[in-house]
Ligand binder design. Sequence first.
Ligand code: MGD
Ligand code: MGD
Ligand code: SF4
Ligand code: MO
Length: 646
Amino acid sequence: MRTVCAYCGVGCSFEVGERLKGDKSYPVNEGMSCSKGISQLESIDKNRLLNTYINGKIGNYEDAINLIAKKIRNTKPERIGFYLSGQMLNEDYYVANKLAKGFIKTPNIDTNSRTCMASAVVGYKKAIGSDYVPVRMEDINHTDLLILIGANPAESHVVLFNKIKKAKKNGMKVIVIDPRFTDTAKIADLYLPITPGSDIDFLNLVAIRLIKEDLIDKEFIKTWVDGFDELRENLLKLDENELLKRSGISKKDFEKFMEMLKDAKKFITAWTMGINQSVQGVDKNLAIMNLHLITGQIRKKGSGPFSLTGQPNAMGGREVGGLATTLAVHLDYNEENKIKVAKFWEVDEVCNGPGLTAFEMIDKVDVLIVCHTDPIYHLPNRTFVEEAFSKIDLVVEINAYNGSETSKFAHIRLPAAPFGEKDGTQTNMDRTLTRAIKFREKRAKQDWEIFADLGKALGFRGFDFSSSEEVFNEYKEMTRLSPDIDIYKADYKELETKPFVWGEYALKDGFLTENKRAKVYFVENKNLHEMPNKEYSFILLTGRTRDQWHSGSKTAFVKSLKKYKPLSFVEINEVDAKNLGIQQGDEVKIISRYGELKTKVKITNIKKGSVFIPISERRVNFLTNPKIDPISKEPDYNHTAVKVVK
Ligand SMILES: Nc1nc2c(c(=O)[nH]1)N[C@H]1C(S)=C(S)[C@@H](COP(=O)(O)OP(=O)(O)OC[C@H]3O[C@@H](n4cnc5c(=O)[nH]c(N)nc54)[C@H](O)[C@@H]3O)O[C@H]1N2
Ligand SMILES: Nc1nc2c(c(=O)[nH]1)N[C@H]1C(S)=C(S)[C@@H](COP(=O)(O)OP(=O)(O)OC[C@H]3O[C@@H](n4cnc5c(=O)[nH]c(N)nc54)[C@H](O)[C@@H]3O)O[C@H]1N2
Ligand code: SF4
Ligand SMILES: [Mo]
């Protein structure tokens, strides 16, 4: 028996026995795995939510579904919201999306991927015409240089990191650009300690040098790229010294970077939350794409801009249509698409969209259904989020485990079947579709079954699915409507043993825009994020540790993982600590304009003026600021001004 990991976007396959083991026959992980991935047998039964709760008391599941249906009937569609998760399977996403957009007719269905990948989604759409990741993990075996900017795969994508180390042995060079000297930085050929928030300055400076030194691919630009003259003209107006100064990188290090870039015949740039989670997240993505488009480093093996997906099925969620900004299967909202989708779902019409995104919807709905995610924990500026939740008439939480922060605000709580007890498909970071296989008796309904029950209770047709396979088959048929997703070619049974990669030839005849050409955009660092000042003199960064998964609803209960990093600490630079009279292990208060928390000091090589708190510290978002990117609506979790008080 085998199944796919329910944690990160690498999407490792496991052999299931007494223990979970990396599946040797599977091309993505070739037998590799990580500590938290294989710990999932140990956590599966710990702290499970197994009862339905109605207003805090154990209740009956059918009663709860009927109560929700009644409230939905009495609420205007635009006041109803669905808050989903990049950890749901495609089948779960599909039924929820169909129910919301096709039948209840609310476009307010968004996902925690908004807090994660939204800036990359918009970046890809603007630059190459579609939310399409044009690089695969195996490309690192065919490149000369991997630039990791704002990503820490040593902790966040462990098996990919192992692949990186292997490729490095075969000659690939690695550059890491991060304000923290991370575990990833330890293997880098070059590490650039960038000032938080200044990535666009750095990337623009690189672009200027490439143009000035004639290292661009003019033929490629002529054939395939729009917007270059404007980009060039604007870039050349910028002051190189100023850009370098703002990036916080030394002249010597920068020149080393340029040398390595020049030496590389092919390069890949990979990024994650250090880029996406920003009030200028889209622009940061575009600045990366610019480099690849002006050098022609895209659409060929071993090159390209590679957004590393965080959650196991954030990609799948984007494909199905779980973002408020798309309708379904990569179709945006327009009349033609709405008619197509309505016809497919056999309804007169679908909802009008786009809908409210994650952070926007919480104070604008009367009914909110939260599934497989914990927004009270994960949204920024938690005091505001708690206030907004407490004003919603009906909050429904669907969770497999007890004790989420959101559960404290839920009027109805429904138990769900977790990893191991459910069946379906998920898409990893490089478009690989894999089967999640149920390998034990289920103790609750799978997420999609709950949405289907709600659909039936509301009297809608089209929710009589008898298995995940049936849902998958309907979904895969729907991808025939898609401009680029060819999942209709996949077979559910076959996926059990053999993954399917969609869109392998999507860029064969050009980019995914109407004129087949990509586009470059001039972007500038407008310093829109919170800046340090005299009072709040540090920038707070937040992120992952290797052995914990977000809020720790599963990993925090695993004994074997306790020997690693603690759930809560704050990293601070040695010099900053000394100036504040703080020592290793001291308890300090971290205070922002929004809230505060106490934790213990860990002295590290983090850039001076920055501190870092892992998100396994569940209270972290009492500190974070409410700024979001104006286009992608992704929060700026990484750049909040704070003070550190002993
Ligand atoms: N162990 C573990 N793995 C996970 C997860 C988990 O919870 N635990 N979660 C998964 C998910 S959902 C995601 S989204 C991914 C995230 O994966 P990553 O993005 O790799 O992880 P993070 O630690 O959030 O942030 C990456 C780095 O960005 C840096 N950074 C912060 N600000 C800036 C900046 O302004 N510029 C630059 N260049 N860098 C900056 C931080 O110092 C940090 O080292 O991980 C996935 N994998
Ligand atoms: N400060 C700060 N905040 C952040 C981030 C950051 O870097 N810094 N990162 C953001 C990002 S990228 C992400 S992805 C989010 C992640 O934030 P969340 O999605 O809120 O984090 P998780 O702990 O993964 O929540 C998953 C929930 O699903 C439940 N669950 C597990 N299995 C199942 C199942 O099969 N069915 C159902 N229904 N429930 C299940 C778990 O018990 C848990 O409560 O956090 C965001 N928030
Ligand atoms: S690397 Fe990611 S997918 Fe692989 S076992 Fe670890 S958490 Fe799971
Ligand atoms: Mo994420």
